[in-house]
Design a binder for this molecule. Structure first.
Ligand code: SF4
Length: 471
């Protein structure tokens, strides 16, 4: 591709090129500038999502060359990672939709390309917008108004059919859409039904999902991502994954070993929580045997082992992260977290014995029955953490978002004033801790995206983005 002449375009092109050049790829992709795979968030987040790489690999196997894109608010052209082709040249735009707030980024991209954000306003000359990803599992109402085609559930189930549908679309849009209408797990504007959706977890045990590139700019810096389990065996009351992705599928250790024995890069292990992996000891032995360093996306306090922490520390991880979620035992019991104070302290002692000084906790606040006693219990807990020798304690605090698909759906979001009171109480009473409080504004938006009906989403998009923006 020729370098753009306009200064603004050149800036955007150079920005994308910086990330593209940073990637060490284990498979090369030559796109045909027809099908785009867009992660509607920045490169750091996109490259930490195995889906962004895995979906591209799945399509390549079916001879559909797909090019990757990411989002920045200031972008106007959106150049691809592979060939730096601007997005407006692509006929099929596939979005992988992971976070509710990315909704606004998807709309922004469509508007910048001159595509009406509401699907029913699009005409024959507009590209086709296909949306898949975790949001389709539990909040289809947010997706329906803006997608021409929704691929719900795990893509592996019908990658063959979806690829064929795209092939037909590229030749004849109408015929392609008719083909998609016949597929299960697919919703189109004209076939607005959920009847045939298969949300069961795809069995990943024979073909382990692994990313095809590494980059220093990822949240998993220079790590190759590998998915060892899909879904979660627990049912924490606030968590979508615990209520949608069943039955849980795990990759057996032998299959992981076959991959690991030839792997020279560090791994970012993706699973709901590594400590629920049924063959954890075997997995750790394999990683140790082949001297593969790794980090994990999440672990539960009740399953942490000495060996797991040793290997994490050896691999360069200095911060030990636990998510008690509830500020007291009463709350943890009410939300089904199934973790006791004993579990937490045993894990903390193991961490300290393995030389961890930095600890990060994740908490959710705003459950109905919380009172001052619960927060007093949190203060006592943090004092004990300090006594154990942790010198660098950080806490990430988020308001409860009662999400669709969970038992909390239908409950109210905490009031802003009450949330601010909690923040104030924590800052005043819990000293020596670095806090990160999620913004109330963003939490409120997430909440709203979980309660709006399909019609309300459509109306909101139409109201916010006037005809002038669309033309
Ligand atoms: S919070 Fe974690 S352990 Fe609980 S259901 Fe969700 S993923 Fe599983």
């Amino acid at each position: 591709m020729r370098r753009p002449r306009r200064a603004q375009d050149f800036k955007e092109f150079s920005y994308v090129k910086k990330f593209s050049d940073s990637e060490i790829r284990f498979k090369e992709f030559k796109g045909n500038q027809e099908v785009a795979l867009i992660f509607p968030n920045n490169y750091r987040v996109a490259s930490a999502s195995l889906a962004w790489s895995w979906v591209q690999q799945l399509f390549l196997e079916k001879n559909i060359p797909v090019e990757r894109f990411f989002y920045e608010k200031w972008f106007s052209k959106f150049y691809s990672i592979e060939s730096f082709t601007p997005l407006d040249q692509f006929k099929v735009l596939m979005f992988t939709f992971h976070f509710e707030l990315d909704f606004e980024n998807i709309i922004d991209i469509l508007l910048k390309l001159g595509i009406p954000p509401v699907a029913e306003l699009r005409e024959n000359h507009h590209p086709i917008v296909i949306i898949g990803g975790p949001i389709t599992f539990f909040n289809i109402e947010l997706v329906k108004p803006i997608a021409d085609v929704i691929v719900a559930g795990d893509l592996e189930y019908n990658i063959e059919d979806i690829s064929e549908g795209i092939r037909i679309l590229l030749k004849d849009k109408e015929e392609g859409l008719r083909y998609f209408e016949e597929l299960s797990n697919v919703i189109t504007l004209r076939k607005n039904t959920l009847e045939k959706i298969n949300l069961k977890n795809y069995d990943i045990s024979q073909k382990i999902p692994v990313s095809h590139f590494i980059t220093p700019f990822s949240e998993f810096k220079n790590k190759r991502l590998i998915e060892i389990g899909r879904g979660c065996i627990r049912r924490c009351a606030f968590c979508v994954m615990g209520h949608t992705k069943k039955p849980v599928k795990f990759v057996p250790p032998q299959v992981i070993e076959n991959f690991v024995k030839n792997e020279k890069n560090s791994l970012g292990i993706i699973s709901a929580t590594i400590t629920d992996y049924p063959w954890l000891d075997q997995l750790l032995e394999i990683l140790e045997k082949y001297a593969v360093s790794f980090s994990v996306s999440s672990m539960r306090a009740d399953g942490i082992t000495d060996k797991l922490l040793k290997l994490l520390k050896k691999g360069g991880q200095n911060t030990f992260t636990i998510a008690p979620e509830g500020v007291s035992q009463k709350i943890r019991d009410e939300i089904n977290k199934d973790i006791t104070g004993d579990d937490l302290f045993k894990a903390l002692e193991l961490g300290r014995n393995n030389g961890f000084k930095n600890i990060k906790f994740y908490y959710i606040v705003g459950f109905e029955n919380e009172d001052l006693n619960d927060y007093e219990e949190l203060k006592i807990f943090i004092d004990k953490v300090k006594e154990l020798g942790y010198t660098n304690i950080s806490m990430s605090v988020n308001p409860l978002i009662p999400k669709k698909g969970t038992p909390f759906f239908g409950k109210k979001l905490i009031e802003e004033k009450q949330y601010n009171n909690i923040i104030k109480w924590m800052r005043t009473n819990i000293k020596g801790v670095k806090f990160h409080f999620e913004s109330y504004k963003y939490s409120k938006k997430q909440y709203l995206y979980n309660i709006l009906s399909e019609e309300e989403v459509k109306e909101a998009v139409l109201k916010t983005y006037s005809k002038k923006d669309i033309d």
